[in-house]
Write a protein that binds this ligand. Structure first.
Ligand code: ATP
Length: 214
């Protein structure tokens, strides 16, 4: 059966760090397809600078050369606030019951108790919290007690009594971030090697991230 991964982000813009980590995520769990899930208006952070359409377009351009990665607009086309639970349910429906792995940064995971019905999300996916060398994440402490009680440890993962698992994956982050790229474009510096050629051309053609002229 096909194995599906979800890698969410604002992708404002998508960069080589995202592509590299998505590849590591796919390889670690033998995933057939990773959905690069473009967030609409992410909670707990600033509004993206580029429009949802531009961010989606850049993800589509970036994944062209990566057969295992697919741009997903599921959260963009949804009306109203976007909940992870809705995304997971829709992906599961489309994947006809295929197992789903969802990757998440440590910062996002630390806020899990503020999610809408986290227990329902965790019952439906294998959740993978990304860490970097030298950092460790305590997987149980961000969970409400009632939820942590539903897990047993089996060595390298925690198993939820529904069958879902919770684990960390150490990835090798590249020294790049979307904010670094926006700043470079704003200041007229090169972003070569930080994004794919197609994304760089798109940013230039559309005049994204440049100072506003009045
Ligand atoms: P910003 O600089 O605007 O905060 P970002 O580069 O962190 O953006 P996001 O779209 O917020 O990009 O990131 C989506 C996911 O990718 C998050 O889980 C984030 O931790 C991860 N990520 C971002 N940059 C890297 C990187 N260089 N290496 C590994 N993971 C990354």
């Amino acid at each position: 059966m096909k194995k599906i991964g979800i890698f969410g982000g604002t992708f404002d813009p998508i960069h080589v760090g995202h592509l590299s980590v998505a590849g590591e995520f796919a390889a670690a769990f033998g995933l057939d397809q990773v959905l690069m899930m473009v967030a609409a208006i992410p909670p707990h952070r600033d509004r993206p600078v580029a429009s949802p359409e531009d961010r989606l377009q850049m993800v589509q351009l970036a994944v062209q050369e990566y057969p295992g990665l697919t741009a997903s607009d599921l959260e963009l086309v949804r009306e109203g606030p976007s909940f992870t639970l809705d995304t997971v349910k829709e992906v599961r429906k489309e994947a006809e019951g295929a197992p789903i792995w969802m990757a998440l940064g440590g910062d996002a995971y630390s806020l899990i108790s503020s999610w809408y019905r986290p227990e329902d999300v965790l019952a439906q996916v294998h959740l993978v919290v990304l860490t970097r060398p030298g950092y460790s994440v305590d997987l149980m402490s961000p969970l409400p007690k009632i939820l942590s009680e539903r897990y047993t440890s089996n060595g390298d993962a925690y198993l939820h009594d529904s069958g879902g698992s919770l684990r960390t994956l150490q990835v090798s982050p590249l020294d790049v971030s979307s904010s670094m790229i926006r700043k470079a474009v704003f200041e007229g510096e090169s972003i070569r090697d930080l994004v794919t050629v197609e994304v760089s051309q798109y940013i230039q053609q559309k005049g994204l991230y440049r100072p506003q002229t009045v």
